[in-house]
Design a protein around this ligand. Structure first.
Ligand SMILES: [Zn+2]
Length: 146
């Protein structure tokens, strides 16, 4: 009985991950978690061939970027490549990663704060249902449980 339950839970979670269905922000970008408790978020979008990341509070309102810092990496664990991040009061900009690659971000609220890691697979294939790129897929995860 217990085994069956575990199998079912595993099945449901693998279905949910089979299709992206991500959380999107007020400007159509993808929401990243920049805190342990949902109080700070990043919204990442592509503009002029670069990633732009705005910092949003718990009400999804943009906050001015001052003491916050961000580092970005791509590539695999054995050979990570550091990306150059530029910052202004509206957020951070960084080069796009190759399609299908992971972007790994480490966000710090202040220089002394604990870094929060956020990961994103830059999957640029088009979702058949919502026609967005998969990394910005608007489909609700519930739809996947067909
Ligand atoms: Zn979709």
């Amino acid at each position: 009985m217990k085994t069956k339950l575990i199998l079912l839970v595993t099945l449901i979670s693998s279905l949910a991950f089979g299709h992206e269905g991500v959380e999107l922000g007020p400007n159509g970008g993808r929401i990243l978690e920049f805190s342990d408790n949902e109080t700070m978020h990043g919204e990442i979008a592509v503009k002029d061939g670069k990633f732009h990341i705005a910092v949003l509070d718990k009400n999804m309102k943009a906050v001015a970027v001052k003491a916050q810092s961000l580092t970005a990496m791509t590539g695999d664990r054995a050979k990570p490549v550091k990306l150059e991040v530029t910052k202004d009061d509206k957020g951070f900009s960084l080069p796009l990663v190759a399609a299908g690659e992971w972007l790994i971000l480490r966000y710090k609220e202040t220089p002394d704060a604990k870094a929060v890691t956020a990961r994103l697979e830059y999957n640029t294939s088009t979702c058949e249902e919502c026609k967005n790129q998969e990394w910005l897929c608007k489909c609700k995860p519930e739809k996947d449980a067909k």
